[in-house]
Write a protein that binds this ligand. Sequence first.
Ligand SMILES: *Cc1c(COP(=O)(O)O)cnc(C)c1O
Length: 428
Amino acid sequence: MREIYEQLGISSQVYDFGREIEETLKDRFAEFDKIAEYNQMKVLLAMQKNKVSEECFHSSSGYGYSDYGRDTLEKVYADAFHTEACLVRPQIACGTHALAIALFGNLRPGDEMLSPAGKPYDTLEEVIGIRPSKGSLAEYGITYRQVDLLADGTFDYENIKKAINDKTRLVAIQRSKGYQTRPSFSVKQIGELIAFVKGIKPDVICMVDNCYGEFVDTIEPSDVGADMMVGSLIKNPGGGLAPIGGYIAGTKECVENASYRMTCPGLGMEVGATLGVNRSFYQGFFLAPMVTKGALKGAVFAANVYERLGFAVVPNSTEPRQDIIQAVTLGTPEGVIAFCKGIQAAAPVDSYVDPEPWDMPGYDSQVIMAAGAFVQGSSIELSADGPMKPPYAVYFQGGLTWEHAKLGILMSLQKLVDAGILSKEKLV
Ligand SMILES: *Cc1c(COP(=O)(O)O)cnc(C)c1O
């Protein structure tokens, strides 16, 4: 084993250090195995119940009327997530698009949207119009209100109550912290928040941005009262095989409303050819619990490796997991660059290129990104990125297999050692 790792560029010191840490994680990993086993059965049950057959993998073109595979897959998703309906479509370009469809489809001029758990994901700022933007909800007369989290990262129930008014039509809750420093929310916490909101205004729509959260727990936000749950297929539920797509699962009414925005009024979910992606959507969803498990093991391994070496990590080495994102504060620009170079060097694709910081549109500092993915931008595949500004943290996620995630982390460590940022003496 040591030899094959050496051929990949991992020194025996780094290898041994990793092996020792891995030994300490047996119980943690066994927990993830159990969750994945449960979720695998959940997905299988939904596939069997809906009689998934060879016919489901056929392709449609043009309007895509009566695409049996597409319609059956949507029933599979709905059953697995315990919702009345679901849209699962290649026409949904990404997670932000799925969220925008869900919002535009369910809000009307004069309505107000409330974010009771602080600022939403960056790209949603323009959808909502927090940052003025052409075609935003704000331009259509939909107002926005936000209640920030309390200093300890919990919900500010008192001010949430005050913020709910006659106009409040939809409450949006983001499960994963994304690239913020707040903690990610557990499904249980989300359920408590939804119950609180519904206690004040029963007919308000509760939408959860479930990106990066699918299959991390045995329950999903849809099991605790969410009317709508939204995510990207190039994250967890696509299992690494979906080449594009997003989903919106929820009540029949919410999903139907969203469908009229996804295509157009009158047509809704009746149209939308699948152009040959059905098989990868099914197979990806089938594998998704296992792929998510691998990514979780990688995240916990990274937290333990870097915490042991004295770096700040969020979540820390022992905290329960709510999503697959791991933040590591390297503290220096050189550290961030070396870490990302390691992730890149461990990739199955483009392993020979070196990532460099660049001026990415929409960011106020340079950003470095490492990814050698089969699907462009797929963040269920092993990837890391970090803004080149204090505190010099990298956000790391994914890995289609635990073994690959492990190599990525060992390689990041190797690059830190090779660059002289981390002394070999620390690896004991
Ligand atoms: C990834 C993500 C999104 C959507 O991002 P896309 O890049 O458009 O797919 C939204 N919210 C959260 C929390 C995410 O992690």
